[in-house]
Structure formats: structure tokens, C-alpha cells
Design a protein around this ligand. Structure first.
Ligand SMILES: *[C@@H]1O[C@H](CO)[C@@H](O)[C@H](O)[C@H]1NC(C)=O
Ligand SMILES: *[C@@H]1O[C@H](CO)[C@@H](O)[C@H](O)[C@H]1NC(C)=O
Ligand SMILES: *[C@@H]1O[C@H](CO)[C@@H](O)[C@H](O)[C@H]1NC(C)=O
Ligand SMILES: *[C@@H]1O[C@H](CO)[C@@H](O)[C@H](O)[C@H]1NC(C)=O
Ligand SMILES: *[C@@H]1O[C@H](CO)[C@@H](O)[C@H](O)[C@H]1NC(C)=O
Ligand SMILES: *[C@@H]1O[C@H](CO)[C@@H](O)[C@H](O)[C@H]1NC(C)=O
Length: 690
């Protein structure tokens, strides 16, 4: 213990000495590389912030009540003993996102809000997220106030984050406070949904400050952005969560999970969408089936209609519905109204498939708004509307007709409610959610169903895991049970290392990418950020573990075409986990872009991965150092950086990495590996990587 303490103190002193001396030259020149001036700002992912009760709620039949500041997310004891009570504190009103009248919850603040969710109860990814990360920061001598977490209520859609909590205002102030307090810019670390939050912040900021000062503000306040596990084109699991529930390992039923998920406005933020469709009108000249309303446009390139599956590996949803005669043809509205209900008969079930675009474009709601003035267009959009409706309301033709006739006087909410009350068949989450589709597509700040171009930040690092088995498509069928259990998944399509397989063993058609995703987000979505790289890219592939550099492959200045994946022509030994770096420091003067792909890194665990920590650390270390010659940290070799990285080599009967590690017994060591310790302080070791 004492040795470790001493070691740490020595390290901190050494770091301080090196860093205070260091000056770092940037083209802009305002940040002089003093590492003690940098702040780290962490934006956590979905469900990774603690929520606490802001109410007093008496839970009948349970000894556990909710008192102010009690943990709601995530207190599994309460969840298990009083689930209905717990749900009152968790659920939001699906229409307007207000709290339950009897219980409200609010996000906790500070680092502790994101480091541990439920100490001790659930072992696994949900229970501790950023704790390991913070431990590294402390080990490398980062000061306490240099790491700032910006937790948020992950149940809310972005517009309400600002409206209810002034979240983006606070985030702006956080950057400004960090600059004032420490004298330097911040490094942003965002994980999963946190990347969408950060993107929204950048767009919001553009409207908040004078346009001329926007880039200047970014340069002054943000030195680098590390996008970790970003679902840039959405995540397919969102669809599963919306239709049949995804419990995230919680001890609740899928139906409860679905109810909960669908009450959160944020649930649609991660819906998969097509990279060929944009809201900014960039593709106006290839007009093809977009719709226009005031200044909001959502348009697709020709590519969308020529390629299959919106560019994804396969159709995201395949759903079984009873076919209805006369339905497929989409007759005009008047024909619908005149159709005699009993003349429509149920046929054999048919299967309908939906691509990412069809999942995310809620354009039919605009149709309803526009109906009075433009009846031709509503028919076109009604078609889309019907598709949406089908997600849940499909298997009862009378109901479809009832709903169809009730949309005409734009009363969607009413019709959904009416159907629910009617009780014949379920209406559902999709109807609720559809309201939010409208709010996303009409969001004045950002329509998130638009692929993200490289943010104008000096240094952008996009980091994700690849080659795990990841869900890319689902087959749903009606289960015959009421909402929320009315859909069952009959089959799942997975991508794995460049091929598609199905759970049932059926043959799968599709376009698998060169790699697969990180178990939660498909590769297609994660790898979108490769488009942030320029036309020439340097690629390096190295083993993830400590290595001496003999197995490092490099390809310099590989040509890269926009919207095409870059796949290195490099070998892989099946037993080695690699990290592949794509780097570009040329295409935008003074700015750098890099993409790191970590083999087999899992979406939820990646922020705890020692390999990621090491690489982040070395890159930041490299950037702040005095004598840097290269644009990015060298990949030539990786030796142990911390005492934990030293281990006993049984074959050679000595500590591995003898030039870095030595055998140094300290009282209390239990096994040989523990006594292998760094020869020099980490600071000395780090000098090898400048
Ligand atoms: C939100 O909806 C609930 C029920 O749907 C209603 O009671 C409440 O007044 C609404 N709140 C606002 C602010 O509209
Ligand atoms: C789309 O799918 C059809 C039928 O499966 C196939 O014939 C066609 O080649 C595919 N097109 C593309 C661009 O993959
Ligand atoms: C619908 O058809 C049935 C028999 O086919 C008939 O009895 C009924 O009057 C019709 N209803 C309308 C509204 O046309
Ligand atoms: C890939 O590399 C191998 C040897 O390193 C070479 O023979 C082959 O032509 C390369 N393929 C491409 C497409 O560049
Ligand atoms: C690739 O690496 C070389 C050598 O380090 C460097 O000169 C070049 O600028 C790099 N290319 C890009 C696109 O960053
Ligand atoms: C450790 O420190 C000594 C003396 O400062 C130096 O000669 C040696 O190269 C260092 N070794 C490593 C691996 O940094």
C-alpha cells in the first residue's frame, strides 16, 4: 500500500514537472499545452445517469416507500419489491413528457451520478459504468475538479432537455466555467446516446451565439472530442425495445420494459435511419419522394430508392399481418370512407418489410397537418401513415378503417386513445411515439434523422468496437396477447464478422458489411464516422495487448471516397485482438480526425476497457507534449504503463517486459504477478510515446 502511495505521489510530481514545462503549439496558439489546464467533460449514454425521487410516495403493500432523493434509477430492491410504485417514479406521460402526478424523478449531479448505478446488486454492465475511467484519471494524477460529468435526464427528447432543465444552457456554462477555472479548453468524452446529446448541443449552440463567434467559441472551449460507441445512424435494438421490450438485464418483464421505454421521448432519438436521407435540403436537386413543409424538408437521394435496405445490411423489420383485400392498393380517401367494412375480408397473413428509412420517416404526420390545403399529397402521405399504423394496429381491418377515418380531422392522439379505450385491439407505443416522430422531424434545432457530418472541432476521435454478434433485423408476429405483449419476435438476424445469420438457421439475404458491430449498435451505424476522414487516410493495425511492434501493419495514404467504407488490405491472426486506426491530419488544415476500431470491444463495456484508456491516455499525453513530431501518437510499440500491466511470465520464470517491469516484493502481495512492478514511474515510461 505504502509503495503504491509513494509511486503515485512520485508520478504526480513527475507529471506536474513535465507538464508545467510543456508547451504545445497549435495553429491557433491559444492553448499552450499545459496539461493542468485541460478539463475532461463526460457525457454519459442512455440509462447511465442516476435518477432520484423528488416526491414522497407511499407504496401500498410494500415496506419501502419513495422519499425525496431516494434512488429510483437504479434501485433494484425497490424495483423488485414495489414495481408499480417504482414505475410511477420512472414513467413519463407519453404525450407531453410530464411526470406522474404522484412521483417525479430528476437526474443526480456530479461524477457519482454516472459512476455507479446500483452498487452491488446487479453485477454487470449496468451497475458501474464510468468508475474505472475515473480511476485511471486519478492514477495519472488528474486533479479532482478537472473531470466533470454532465448527467442528464436520459428519458427526455432533446428539446425538452432544454425546455425543462435548461440542459444545453448548463452545458455551455460548464465549458465556460472549465475554461475560466483551469485556463484551458476541454476534452469531451461522450458515450453512446451522449454523442447525440453532444451533437444537439453543437447545433443548439449555433443558434445560441452569434454565427461569427461559433467556430471561435468551439476552438476556445473544446480541444478534442472523443466519440465512443456512437450510434451515428441509429441502433436497431431501439426497434426491438419499442415493439416488444428490451429489459437491459433488469428483473422486469419485457412488457413492462416496453411500457417504460415507450413512455420516454428519448426512445426515438436512436431510431435507425437511412444515410441517404437528410433534413437540410442538401439533396433538393435530386428530388425524389421527399416532402416539404414550410422550411422543414426531409429528402432522400436517388440512392435510397436504388439500393436495398436503405444501405443497411438487411430490412430492419419484417412483420406478419393478415392481408386485407383492397388494402394494398391504397385507394383514395373517399374510397376508404365508402368501403363497406364487411366487404373486406382477412386473407392469409402477409409479411411486410421495412427499411431504416421507413422506420424513421414520420412524414405522414406532416400530411395530417397539411391535409386541409392539399388533399393530393395527403394520399401520398397517407400511404406512409398506414405503414406506421401497421406496426401495431394491423391485424384488425375494422380498426384500421376506424383509425383511418379518424385521422382525417387531424386527431391522432384522440384516435389512439379511443382505440385503447375501445379495447378490441391494442393501439400502442407506436402511436404514442409517432407524436414524438413529429417533434423530432419538426425540431427547430436539429432533425436527428440526418447523417452527421464531421463536427467543426479541432480534434475528433471516433472510437467503437467491431466484430461482435449484433442484431440487425427482426421478424415480428402478433402474439394474440394485449398490449404491451402483443408482438413476439419470431426470428432475429445477426451480423457477425462480415456475414449475416439468423437465429432460426434460415438463409438470410442481405448486404453484410466488412465487419460487424459492437453487440448493441451495428457496424453500419458505428462506422459512419469514417466519412469524417478526408480523401487520404493512414491506416495502422496493431495488437490490442502490449506488443513490441513486430506485428504492426501500416498503409499510408489510402484513397477514401465519401460514403464508401475504407477497408484495409491487412491480415488478421485469428487469435489476436487488434485495434485499427484510421488517421487523417491533412484534409482540413489544423484539424485532425481519427477512427479507432477495437476488435470485440462491447458497446456497454468499452468505456471500461483498459485498452481504450491506454490509447486515450497516450494520445492526450502525446498532444500536450513539448517535442511532438508526429501528428498522432506512435503505434510502434506498447509497453506496460501501470503496475497492473506487469505480470509474471511463467515460461521464462521472471516478470514479463523486463525492460519495463521488475520483481519488487511489497508486503501484502499475494501472488507473483502482483510483485511485478514498473521499473520507472509511469511518467518516464510515457516519454517513450511522445
Ligand atoms: C400532460 O398530460 C397529462 C395527461 O395526459 C395531463 O394531465 C397534463 O395536464 C398534461 N400536462 C401539460 C403540461 O400539458
Ligand atoms: C436488391 O435486391 C434485389 C432482389 O433481392 C436484387 O436483385 C438487387 O440486385 C439488389 N440491389 C442491390 C443494389 O443490392
Ligand atoms: C354492408 O354490406 C352488408 C351486406 O353485405 C349490408 O347489409 C350493409 O347494409 C352494408 N352497409 C353499408 C353501410 O353499405
Ligand atoms: C493486398 O495485399 C497483398 C499482399 O500484401 C497483395 O498481394 C494484394 O494485391 C493486395 N490487394 C489489394 C486489393 O490491394
Ligand atoms: C500519413 O503519414 C505520413 C507520414 O507520417 C504523413 O506525412 C501524412 O501527412 C499522413 N497522411 C495523412 C492523410 O494524415
Ligand atoms: C528507466 O529510467 C532509467 C534511468 O532514468 C533509464 O535509463 C531507462 O531507460 C528507463 N527505462 C524505461 C523503460 O523507461
Amino acid at each position: 500500500m505504502g509503495g503504491e502511495e509513494q509511486q503515485r505521489r512520485r508520478l504526480a510530481v513527475a507529471l506536474a514537472a513535465v507538464l508545467l514545462l510543456g508547451t504545445f503549439e497549435l495553429s491557433e496558439g491559444e492553448f499552450n499545452g499545459d496539461y493542468s489546464k485541460l478539463s475532461g467533460i463526460i457525457i454519459p449514454g442512455f440509462a447511465s445517469t442516476q435518477l432520484r425521487a423528488w416526491s414522497i410516495l407511499d407504496c401500498p403493500y410494500s415496506p419501502l416507500d419513495f422519499n425525496p432523493l431516494d434512488l429510483v434509477w437504479l434501485d433494484t430492491t425497490k424495483l423488485l419489491s414495489a414495481v408499480n410504485c417504482w414505475l410511477k417514479c420512472m414513467l413519463l406521460d407519453p404525450y407531453n413528457q410530464t411526470d406522474h402526478p404522484e412521483c417525479k424523478s430528476r437526474p443526480d449531479s456530479g461524477l457519482s451520478a454516472i459512476t455507479e448505478l446500483d452498487p452491488g446488486y446487479i453485477t454487470g454492465p449496468l451497475s458501474s459504468v464510468w468508475k474505472e475511467w475515473v480511476k485511471w484519471c486519478i492514477e495519472f494524477g488528474i486533479e479532482a475538479n478537472a473531470i466533470i460529468a454532465v448527467p442528464y435526464d436520459w428519458r427526455l427528447p432533446p428539446s425538452l432537455l432544454e425546455e425543462r432543465d435548461l440542459y444545453f444552457h448548463k452545458l455551455k456554462l460548464t465549458f465556460e466555467t472549465a475554461l475560466k477555472l483551469r485556463g484551458g479548453p476541454s476534452v469531451v468524452f461522450a458515450h453512446s446516446l451522449g454523442n447525440h446529446v453532444f451533437r444537439y448541443f453543437l447545433e443548439w449552440l449555433k443558434l445560441e451565439i452569434a454565427p461569427k463567434q461559433y467556430i471561435q467559441w468551439l476552438d476556445e472551449h473544446i480541444y478534442a472530442y472523443f466519440a465512443v460507441g456512437a450510434p451515428l445512424l441509429g441502433a436497431i435494438e431501439t426497434v426491438k425495445a419499442a415493439l416488444s421490450g428490451n429489459t437491459f438485464g433488469l428483473p422486469v418483464s419485457e412488457g413492462t420494459a416496453r411500457l417504460m421505454f415507450n413512455s420516454f421521448g428519448s426512445s426515438l432519438w436512436m431510431m435507425p435511419f437511412s444515410k441517404y436521407c437528410r433534413a437540410d435540403g442538401k439533396y433538393l436537386k435530386h428530388f425524389s419522394g421527399g416532402i416539404r413543409k414550410d422550411h422543414h424538408t426531409y429528402q432522400c437521394e436517388q440512392e435510397e430508392f436504388h439500393s436495398n435496405y436503405s444501405g443497411w445490411p438487411t430490412n430492419i423489420i419484417n412483420i406478419e399481418i393478415p392481408s386485407i383485400r383492397g388494402f394494398d392498393a391504397y385507394p383514395s380517401v373517399s374510397e376508404f370512407a365508402e368501403t363497406n367494412l364487411s366487404s373486406m375480408e382477412c386473407g392469409l397473413p402477409t409479411q411486410l418489410s421495412f427499411s431504416a428509412r421507413e422506420v424513421s420517416d414520420g412524414t405522414f404526420f406532416k400530411a395530417i397537418e397539411d391535409y386541409d390545403s392539399d388533399s393530393k399529397r395527403i394520399l401520398y402521405q397517407l400511404k406512409k401513415w398506414v405503414q406506421f399504423l401497421m406496426y401495431d394496429v394491423v391485424f384488425h381491418q375494422k380498426l384500421i378503417l376506424r383509425v383511418l377515418s379518424s385521422i382525417l380531422p387531424h386527431k391522432i392522439m384522440w384516435s389512439c386513445r379511443k382505440v385503447v379505450r375501445h379495447g378490441t385491439i391494442t393501439c400502442s407505443g407506436m402511436c404514442f411515439n409517432a407524436i414524438f416522430f413529429r417533434s423530432y422531424h419538426d425540431d427547430p434545432v436539429l432533425n436527428p434523422f440526418t447523417p452527421w457530418d464531421r463536427p467543426p472541432i479541432k480534434n475528433v476521435f471516433c472510437i467503437y468496437g467491431i466484430d461482435s454478434k449484433t442484431e440487425v433485423g427482426y421478424y415480428f408476429a402478433p402474439s394474440g396477447k394485449p398490449y404491451p405483449d402483443n408482438w413476439i419476435i419470431t426470428d432475429v438476424i445477426y451480423e457477425i464478422e462480415g456475414s449475416l445469420i439468423s437465429r432460426s438457421g434460415n438463409q438470410v439475404e442481405g448486404n453484410p458489411g466488412p465487419a460487424s458491430g459492437d453487440e448493441t449498435v451495428p457496424y453500419h451505424s458505428l462506422s459512419w464516422c469514417k466519412n469524417w476522414l478526408g480523401q487520404r487516410v493512414n491506416i495502422t493495425r496493431a495488437p490490442q495487448s502490449e506488443h513490441d511492434g513486430s506485428d504492426v501493419q501500416v498503409e499510408l495514404n489510402v484513397e477514401h471516397h465519401y460514403e464508401q467504407d475504407i477497408v484495409p488490405n491487412m491480415t488478421r491472426s485469428p487469435r489476436v485482438k487488434y485495434i485499427t486506426y484510421y488517421e487523417d491530419s491533412e484534409s482540413i488544415p489544423g484539424q485532425r480526425t481519427a477512427v479507432w476500431e477495437l476488435d470485440k470491444a462491447n458497446h456497454r463495456n468499452i468505456v471500461r476497457s483498459p485498452v481504450l484508456m491506454r490509447e486515450l491516455w497516450l494520445q492526450i499525453w502525446h498532444d500536450i507534449h513539448l517535442d511532438t513530431k508526429s501528428n498522432f501518437v506512435t503505434k510502434a510499440k506498447r509497453g506496460p504503463l501501470r503496475n497492473e500491466d506487469c505480470y509474471w511470465d511463467y515460461g521464462k520464470a521472471r516478470c514479463a517486459w523486463p525492460e519495463y517491469c521488475e520483481y519488487r516484493y511489497v508486503f501484502g502481495d499475494v501472488h507473483l504477478g502482483q510483485s511485478c512492478r514498473l521499473r520507472n514511474s509511469s511518467a518516464d515510461t510515457l516519454l517513450h510515446y511522445v
